[in-house]
Design a protein around this ligand. Structure first.
Ligand code: GLU
Length: 307
């Protein structure tokens, strides 16, 4: 039996992009008779206050989602991430990094965007003395040493993928200098410990997957099946963003029923041919991955969505 999951970061109200992901993850798991789990990725608690997490759960329930266990709350699992960080430390894969943001930006290769910096390994071979001296003035981030090796996998929708970790990604941070665990470690540990073997999520995370596979392998966990899904665009073809308040659930739930919202999303994603109200239960038998295409999903004018 497969186990799927939805793992939102509740830093705002759920919007249609999150819902598309929740819906496809849910339909995929349930249509195969599988289990479905909910994980609240509120590891950055100041950005994801409890109020928003509870709202997210309430919104999912309003839409008819069910899950098979109590939701996991990442903000409560720091001791577990610490345990696995220590495992990696024992393997010699972790080193402290004292670089400031300014230093990191200055070392950046000119052809890379500012979102991804291949770390220049300035701190990769500090001596014990250096570390002791630097620790007096600054608490370090902890980085994972990645090999000069290709990670390959086949995405359910986007096909064969490969990345050389050292060249394309670089040593990445598993714990920030303020003590916050990085997203990559938390996701990997949580998916593995909860038995998730099918990960469905937005294609914006496709590029992080090789890092996660490497972590899984180093920790001795099995690698799940990955299906990255297209992004959702508004009716003008622009990517949805948290600023599009009219497409978040507080606005939508005032204008539409759950079945109208789900039917419209399922239609936009290719799961059903006609745009008509549908419950999750009704969508389960109609779901097949080969109906979902790689191309970004364009929403209709919301005015055109009716019962
Ligand atoms: N929490 C992430 C997000 O909301 C998704 C993580 C995942 O699905 O692996 O973007």
């Amino acid at each position: 039996m497969i186990t799927g999951r939805f793992a939102p970061t509740p830093s705002g109200r759920l919007h249609l992009g999150n819902l598309l992901c929740a819906m496809l993850a849910y339909l995929s798991a349930r249509s195969q008779g599988g289990r479905f789990l909910l994980r609240i990725e509120d590891i950055d608690l100041p950005r994801c206050p409890r109020r928003l997490s509870l709202q997210c759960i309430e919104d999912l329930q309003w839409l008819g989602f069910t899950w098979d266990e109590e939701p996991l709350w990442q903000s409560e699992r720091g001791h577990i991430y610490q345990h696995y960080l220590e495992e990696l430390t024992k393997q010699g894969l972790i080193y402290p990094c004292f670089c400031t943001r300014a230093q990191l930006m200055a070392s950046q290769a000119p052809n890379l965007g500012d979102t991804q910096v291949v770390y220049n390994r300035a701190c990769a071979s500090l001596s014990g003395e250096d570390i002791a001296r630097l620790s007096q003035t600054r608490s370090p981030a902890l980085r994972l040493r990645v090999p000069d090796a290709e990670i390959t996998f086949t995405d359910g929708l986007f096909g064969a993928q490969r990345e050389n970790l050292a060249r394309d990604c670089g040593d990445f941070i598993l714990r920030r200098s303020d003590g916050l665990f990085g997203y990559q470690l938390a996701v990997v540990v949580d998916d593995a410990l909860s038995g998730v073997d099918q990960v469905v999520r937005g294609r914006d995370i496709l590029s992080a997957t090789p890092r996660q596979i490497f972590l899984l392998e180093m920790l001795g966990f099995p690698v799940p099946e990955y299906v990255h899904i297209p992004l959702l665009m508004d009716s003008q073809g622009r990517r949805l963003a948290k600023r599009d308040k009219d497409l978040d659930l507080s606005a939508l739930s005032r204008r539409f029923t759950p079945a109208q919202i789900l039917g419209m999303l399922a239609h936009s994603a290719g799961v059903i041919e006609e745009n008509r109200p549908m419950t999750l239960e009704q969508l389960i038998p109609l779901f097949q991955w080969d109906k979902v295409k790689q191309a970004d999903v364009r929403l209709p004018e919301m005015e055109a969505v009716h019962g």
